[in-house]
Design a binder for this molecule. Structure first.
Ligand code: 6LW
Length: 523
């Protein structure tokens, strides 16, 4: 049966996968968002349900500062490329927090958590760490070069995963095939060889997967004669930037890989949904080299695993959150580590209440922000906001947020003593309030309608027609313009613009729906 790629849409890059009998677990990078390290479960490799997060406590994931590292913060700093593995009844995730630049391991008995406090690997530099629990009991850590390593390439050592001690010398094991940024390595013992699968070419349009193998874990590695085994570089394929693969042998013996890819729009290409998680079959050549997808191509529609029996309608991304629960659903992400007093699901019944911090969406700091990833080109977001900003500068609303340098918002604020409704766009150093009008009511429905090229912003007041007030191009909040490693989030936010806000912003619901459903839902 055919399945559709991406298997996890929206900004879920750098996937890593492991299998435990008939169950599969997958994790992704989470950068400056909190909680960190989304953990997904599947039994057919196509339907994925989020079951938790690896990093749910600030003590596990300081995203604002760290000892000795108070340099500038950017939204894309934080948790990079994790690897998940299962060994002797325990799950391990190894990853990097680039705020502070430290690698660490967390462990759990159950993939849904709770996960341990981080075990920092201060003897291990670089990014994209991976673990191999070998059959002889040795455990290898493999990763990229660090700034201390003269030669870019893949480095490896033996590690004690219980103590974090690096037991052997750090050795350069492969430089790759000459592409820039050899990274995202994973080592697998298969049929008497150690296969080293890495990414090269950078995570953008030159991205590729290359492979080498050796009879020994440290090499010498022989490069696959068919490298790159996956790349869409210099093609007009609708999926681009494919790379960062992690292989898994399924319970029926077939081989698969998860990888990242993007869906650019227009020409030159722009992508705003972020790097997404794809699935592709892996077959083997007669001389024992992996072939990813259709001769190194991964398509939007592919033949699924034999044990995939169709889509589970219960996994729809669309729907309304009425904020009836005591804890936020897994779709919600805060920005950096949220101050405790900045949000509440209990202050007002069935509402998410935000209290703005002094910081704004232009700052990579603790914001009052709860956002979810944009996972579809065509979708509509709407939220009902009850907000009476008592002090000058207080504001709250909905944002299309790529990062601190690229975001659009429709919101309510107190400006020159008046409550107003406004639309603002920030693109790089250009900031403009495009529309602003006095608002009498304290309750308003804010809407964002997205298609692949534009966001359109509108509002409605009780009993009145919806009014469109402006739009913004998707291309200006795309990674090619905004930079970073993430994708667009739709967020509810509040700010006191320079001082903490005294006025609660109550969001009574938040809808994320398919475009066709909007008329129906808004009645
Ligand atoms: C990640 C690196 C990469 O650490 O981008 O695509 C970096 N690959 O492997 C951030 O996601």
């Amino acid at each position: 049966m055919k399945f559709n790629n991406p298997i996890i849409s929206g900004a879920y890059p750098d996937p890593s996968i492991c299998r435990v009998n008939n169950d599969y677990y997958l994790v992704n990078s989470s950068f400056g968002y909190f909680p960190g390290l989304p953990v997904f479960h599947s039994q057919d490799l196509v339907n994925w349900r989020q079951i938790g997060y690896g990093l749910t406590r600030e003590s596990q994931v300081p995203l604002l500062s760290s000892e000795g590292a108070d340099g500038p913060l950017f939204s894309y700093m934080g948790i990079y490329a994790p690897t998940i593995r299962f060994h002797n009844g325990r799950f391990y995730i190894v990853t990097t927090n680039t705020v502070g630049g430290r690698n660490f391991i967390i462990q759990a008995d159950k993939p849904e958590g709770p996960w341990s406090e981080p075990l920092y690997l201060d003897q291990w530099g670089g990014i994209d760490p991976s673990l191999l629990f070998d059959e002889d009991g040795k455990v290898y850590i493999t990763g990229t070069g660090s700034h201390k390593d003269a030669v870019p390439g893949v480095y490896q050592a033996e590690i004690n995963p219980a103590t974090g001690d690096i037991l052997t010398e750090r050795r350069l094991i492969w430089e790759g095939t000459g592409g820039c940024f050899p990274e995202g390595p994973h080592l697998y013992p298969i049929n008497g060889f150690y296969y080293l699968v890495i990414a090269e070419g950078g995570t953008e349009y030159g991205h590729m997967v290359t492979v080498a193998r050796s009879g020994q874990p440290y090499g010498p590695f022989e490069a696959c004669p068919y490298n790159p085994v996956l790349s869409h570089r210099s093609t007009s394929h609708p999926v681009q930037a494919t790379g960062h693969a992690d292989l898994v042998q399924a319970h029926d013996g077939s081989w698969w890989t998860v990888l990242l890819g993007i869906r650019p729009v227009g020409y030159p290409f722009h992508h705003h949904l972020g790097r997404e998680t794809y699935l592709a079959p892996v077959t083997w050549t007669e001389d024992g080299w992996p072939v990813i997808g259709e001769q190194g191509r991964v398509d939007a529609e592919m033949e699924g695993p034999g044990f995939f029996a169709g889509y589970d309608p219960a996994l729809s991304r669309f729907g309304r959150d009425d904020f009836d629960r005591e804890v936020p659903g897994f779709q919600w992400n805060f920005y950096k580590n949220p101050p405790e007093h900045s949000y509440s699901l209990s202050e007002r019944e069935s509402c998410l209440t935000l209290y703005g911090t002094e910081y704004t969406l232009d700052d990579s700091q603790q914001l009052a922000f709860a956002g979810r990833r944009q996972q579809d080109f065509d979708c509509v977001v709407s939220a009902q906001l009850l907000f009476d900003p008592g002090n000058e500068g207080e504001e709250a609303g909905l944002t299309v947020y790529m990062n601190e340098k690229a975001h659009y918002e429709i919101g309510v604020r107190r400006n020159s003593g008046q409550r107003t409704l406004f639309l603002r766009r920030r693109i790089g150093s250009l900031v403009k309030v495009e529309w602003e009008k006095a608002l009498e009511a304290s309750e308003v429905i804010l809407n964002i309608r997205a298609d692949s090229r534009n966001y359109s912003f509108s509002y409605s007041l009780a009993g009145q027609e919806e009014v469109t007030i402006g739009s913004g191009e998707c291309s200006y909040v795309a990674t090619e313009v905004a930079g970073g490693f993430t994708g667009v989030f739709f967020g509810m936010y509040a700010t006191g613009n320079g001082r903490p806000s005294q006025s609660p912003a109550h969001f009574e619901y938040f809808d994320y729906i398919q475009k066709e459903m909007i008329q129906h839902t808004m009645k």
